[in-house]
Design a protein around this ligand. Sequence first.
Ligand code: NAD
Length: 501
Amino acid sequence: MRKLGALLKELGVDVRSLAAGDIAVRSPIDGAEIARLKSDTKGSVAKKIARADEAFRAWRLAPAAKRGELVRLFGEELRAHKAALGRLVSIETGKIVQEGLGEVQEMIDICDFAVGLSRQLYGLTIASERPGHRMMETWHPLGVVGVISAFNFPVAVWSWNSALAIVCGDSVVWKPSDKTPLTALACAEIFAKAVKRFGEAPKGLLEVVFGGKEVGEALVDDKRVALVSATGSTRMGREVGPRVQERFGRVLLELGGNNGMIVCPSADLELAVRAITFSAVGTAGQRCTSLRRLIVHEKIYDQLVPRLKKIYGNVAIGNPLDAKTLVGPLIDEGSFKRMQDALAEAKKQGGKVTGGERVKVASCAGGFYVKPAIVELPSQTEVMKEETFAPILYVVKYKDFGKAIQLHNDVPQGLSSCIFTRDVREAEQFTSALGSDCGIANVNIGPSGAEIGGAFGGEKETGGGRESGSDAWKSYMRRATNTINYSDSLPLAQGIKFDVG
Ligand code: NAD
């Protein structure tokens, strides 16, 4: 922690700018204040959007493959700064260094993906019903993309959006969480290095605005921001979504999850136990895809749950910068209180709670470390239907497979899900139209830790957005349908006659 200044310098951040301001940045590791920054004002946000808008007007004209070259250079810079940025992610979010590094690797992966994509922004050619006509689709750059991001994936989610937006010919205005502005500053500096090497990018291609909700709202309400891609709680999405739509802007929402796993009688319990532990306990339960609900067949319940309790009892909780640690702190005291409230509520609803108490970690007195909790419930009660952003794993039994799927889907959120089974019929049913209603449905893999190649996002109160791989790029472009007449006549569609003499 003493070396934070050196780390920031290595990443190119001007540490002199971090001494004063209304945003107090605290490391969840020990709760200590590590920097201060000034929030943007409505006026400064407007100026940054104006710069980004001007940058867009120039950048959209650069050939897509050329735009890809900038992202390729950014990927190179990220490789060079992976260790430092990964460590900063760890300091600012409290996730273990392995996961901090994993987050930066995800940024590198999406850059590689976007570079390839820059040569594949394909449209369709469509058969026309009229003689001498051709139809096609063209994809054009969209405009300024506003990215609002959450504290728990402070850099990867931004890069999923930005790497695609940049190759699609857009500019970006980023509002990081006010809990994690340092990693955003570092990313902006790393991006600036790539821009410098690239040489011809317009100024304002990436702007960063700092602050809380009000600063986010300034982005949400600005007509020049063509797409608002917002990641965070469902509460935030409920505010942001309608506001952007009110001005007919485009919105991409990546909101809360309440992810479940069904463990069937034929499951490989070794694999299941490892997957459960990583996805429920990892990142201290602070992933949008963290496992929160375990639906276990009654026949194997007594083999699985005691085993999990044993592992939970021994998991290494501590300073996330220590290589042996598997579970770091919660982000702050508010998060700890919400966890305790949920556990108290679960007890009232008939839950048997194991773990969940605060853990004191030497030299990290101000940090909120907790024992991950297992809550055995007689049925899926109301508390289990809410996302509590902490390591709480609710467990219920099932008897009938159809009922297990019904239970699985009976929550408002629809992000990630999985099944552990060796029965192909169960696996296929789970991934079929009758099965999981989530945006991500896995077999014999936990719900968290997605690769960048697939589209990422979820249904229902998770917001419906898709980011990252597959054809998620289409959200960052504008589609035009073109009909071209190369004949000497003007036949109308649907055979309509309209003779003007
Ligand atoms: P949060 O909703 O408190 O904040 C997220 C971001 O939205 C922050 O930058 C915040 O300043 C901004 N914001 C909040 N209200 C706003 C408003 N009215 N207008 C504009 N901006 C506003 O979320 P958090 O606590 O930082 O993150 C945890 C939540 O994010 C969890 O619910 C988690 O599931 C979710 N999340 C979802 C995904 C996903 O891809 N689905 C990924 C990561 C996190």
